[in-house]
Design a protein around this ligand. Structure first.
Ligand code: 0GY
Length: 305
């Protein structure tokens, strides 16, 4: 049995999250979360850039129930490379309550894509964050995008704000819908109405099928988590960015916990507090319903009643 040693300084996920004060609407979807291993059963990929703590499917399903979500979307994490087995095992045990986003290599057989689709995969992820993956040739990515198009899948893209200018034309040429992780990782010390975030919003405006996850305030924040005096509204500096996106694109935003929160260095969020962040970025019931139910259902469960 292989055992794995966590990356030094790795922060483990919050074992006992608080119950959120904000009650998510019925049928809400956590549209960005991961499973890690367990490494003894699903070994971490040799090419990984970090070794996480284990975070199993059962622990993910338990978090979903505790926070009041009905469904989730499990995104393949880079520590598992293109071996999607842990994610697929989680989909299988979810009883149809989870969909997946896979990592695939160019040249994947059609039969394999079909199997992934039957298992609940509805997209692939292209990661451009240099500390997470080695760069993939763009032609290979375009080939993958063309291959998945007949399945009605989308491409989830993860990049940092400073890289958008260089990626923009390539991303806009991808012939399937795009879903941008974590608002393209804005620098939240900058003006939400300044040129950098305007460039990002301009990118979202460029095609009507570009979706955006208004996720990861805990990753983007500089002002930090809630004060110890019991304040529940954390991550204030991220609010104006996320709120701008939600208000301009109410029908193509998604929300997720990002559990188990890989690669955090400052603090590990209480997932209950993350849920309490939602009404600050989606202040009306209509916006909340779009963000948490209608949008993710349209993208991941279009055939559900
Ligand atoms: C996230 C963010 C990160 C990691 C990954 O797949 C991954 O390893 O996505 C990160 O380190 O910013 O979405 O989980």
């Amino acid at each position: 049995m292989t055992t794995f040693e966590k990356t030094p300084g790795w922060l483990d996920w919050y074992a006992d999250p608080g119950r959120p004060e904000f009650q998510v609407p019925d049928g809400a979807v956590d549209a960005h979360c991961h499973v890690f291993g367990p490494g003894a059963r699903f070994p971490y990929a040799p090419e990984r850039k970090y070794t996480p703590c284990d975070a199993s499917k059962d622990q993910l399903h338990a978090l979903r129930d505790r926070l009041g979500f009905a469904r989730n979307v499990i995104v393949q994490a880079t520590c598992h490379g293109a071996d999607n087995s842990a994610m697929l095992d989680a989909l299988e045990s979810s009883g149809g309550l989870a969909r997946g986003v896979a990592t695939v290599r160019p040249g994947i057989a059609d039969a394999e894509l079909r199997k992934l689709h039957e298992a609940g995969v509805r997209g692939v992820r292209f990661n451009f964050v240099k500390r997470l993956v080695d760069a993939a040739p763009r032609q290979d990515l375009l080939d993958v995008a063309r291959r998945i198009a007949p399945y009605g899948w989308h491409v989830v893209v993860y990049f940092e704000a400073a890289d958008l200018t260089g990626l923009r034309d390539f991303l806009l040429a991808i012939p399937v819908p795009l879903v941008v992780d974590h608002m393209g990782r804005p620098d939240v010390t900058k003006d939400p109405y300044g040129p950098e975030f305007e460039e990002f919003l301009g990118f979202l405006r460029a095609r009507p099928d570009i979706w955006c996850k208004v996720t990861c305030p805990e990753r983007l924040t500089v002002s930090g988590p809630p004060a110890l005096d019991g304040e529940r509204h954390a991550y204030r500096d991220v609010i104006p960015f996320a709120r701008r996106v939600v208000e301009e694109f109410p029908d193509r935003v998604l929300w997720g916990t990002d559990w188990p929160h890989p690669n955090l260095t400052g603090h590990m969020p209480d997932d209950g507090l993350l849920v309490d962040f939602i009404p600050h970025i989606a202040p009306t019931p209509a916006l909340q319903r779009g963000l948490l139910v209608d949008n993710p259902m349209r993208l991941y469960w279009p055939d559900a009643d």
